[in-house]
Write a protein that binds this ligand. Structure first.
Ligand SMILES: NC(=O)C1=CN([C@@H]2O[C@H](COP(=O)(O)OP(=O)(O)OC[C@H]3O[C@@H](n4cnc5c(N)ncnc54)[C@H](O)[C@@H]3O)[C@@H](O)[C@H]2O)[C@@H](O)CC1
Ligand SMILES: Nc1ncnc2c1ncn2[C@@H]1O[C@H](COP(=O)(O)OP(=O)(O)O)[C@@H](O)[C@H]1O
Ligand SMILES: [Mg+2]
Length: 284
């Protein structure tokens, strides 16, 4: 398999397959979404919907109790568990998505530390999860963890991680930034934007070929986090989760733009359209 180049449908068809007839939801992965805070419950809804629309068997949302009424309406298919997670709860899931709308209370850094220390399956680190790593200086923990980490910064979050204070984000050298982050942290780096990049610490680098400006709307990154975590729950390799995830996310965005237009499409439309993207890839 090529170690660099464009992420296209030909590649995605090699990793996204039709479901066996006798599959059951346990085979489709248990995804833990650690997201949302008061005022940002929507990020948890969008992340969980992205995971469910990507075929996750079970989605549990770890959030503060006061969000439960909103979450149970926003994602009736998911269950809610407390933010203060027991270790067995943490270890029982097949993949973790952490960060969307998490906010920046002291709790999040503590939780991320525990995950990096104890968890050994795939973790998708996004948004305020990334910001906690920057704020608390957890880059060494990221490097040393037994977990397989896929981080999904937008350029603003990437600049924070690298302490690029005061630079003009639009001047960022995107391929170099993605590569530097992957090498510095050992994580797979998904550097989002128009033409999202996927970089690994051993120099693999891929450019996504789907997506459009209609995706420049609040919450679309939260959806991607859920998609990637769901693919991890279905046992794709971390780099395939990142590559296929960004492709499918952008493909859903293109389907939204086709039906709703780039101006009025929202991240909730995007989350729901992920289902159609999978249908077009799998053929059913
Ligand atoms: N409904 C919700 O609950 C939502 C919650 N959100 C959460 O809000 C928190 C803050 O995230 P935000 O990303 O909004 O805020 P940030 O302050 O982290 O980033 C926003 C800034 O990043 C820079 N930026 C982002 N993408 C860029 C690009 N492609 N090129 C150049 N500059 C770029 C811009 O300066 C932009 O103003 C996160 O936890 C996020 O998950 C957001 O996802 C929006 C929706
Ligand atoms: N102009 C664009 N073209 C293609 N994709 C875009 C464009 N603008 C934003 N996106 C995509 O939308 C998502 C935005 O992520 P992010 O900034 O984290 O959103 P949020 O935090 O609001 O959920 C990324 O996946 C990015 O690649
Ligand atoms: Mg984001």
């Amino acid at each position: 398999m090529e170690k660099t180049g464009l992420i296209n449908l030909e590649y995605v068809n090699t990793v996204i397959k039709e479901r066996p007839r006798d599959i059951h939801k346990g085979d489709c992965g248990k995804v833990l979404v650690i997201a949302g805070s008061v005022g940002m419950a929507g990020a948890a809804v969008l992340c969980a919907r992205g995971a469910l629309r990507s075929g996750a068997g079970l989605v549990r949302i770890s959030a503060p109790g006061e969000l439960y009424p909103i979450l149970q309406v926003g994602v009736p298919e998911a269950t809610c568990v407390p933010r203060e997670l027991s270790l067995p709860d943490l270890m029982a899931c097949d993949a973790i998505a952490v960060g969307p709308g998490l906010g920046d209370d002291g709790q999040s850094a503590k939780l991320i530390r525990t995950i990096l220390k104890k968890y050994e399956k795939t973790v998708v680190l996004d948004a305020d999860g990334i910001n906690a790593v920057s704020r608390e200086g957890l880059l060494d923990e990221l490097r040393e963890t037994g977990a397989k980490v896929i981080m999904t910064p937008h350029p603003g979050e990437a600049a924070r991680l690298l302490n690029y204070c005061g630079i003009d984000i639009s001047e960022l050298d995107r391929p170099a930034t993605a590569q530097t982050l992957a090498e510095k942290t050992g994580a797979i780096c998904v550097l989002k934007g128009s033409g999202t990049l996927v970089a690994t610490e051993d120099g693999e680098s891929y450019t996504n070929t789907t997506g459009n400006p209609g995706m420049a709307t609040g919450g679309s990154g939260d959806v991607l986090t859920g998609i990637i975590a769901a693919l991890a729950g279905q046992k794709l390799s971390p780099v395939d989760c990142a590559k296929a995830g960004v492709f499918i996310h952008g493909m859903a965005g293109d389907l939204c733009a086709k039906s709703l237009g780039e101006t009025g499409m929202t991240s909730l439309d995007l989350a729901n359209m992920v289902a159609l993207a999978f249908k077009q890839i799998v053929g059913k």
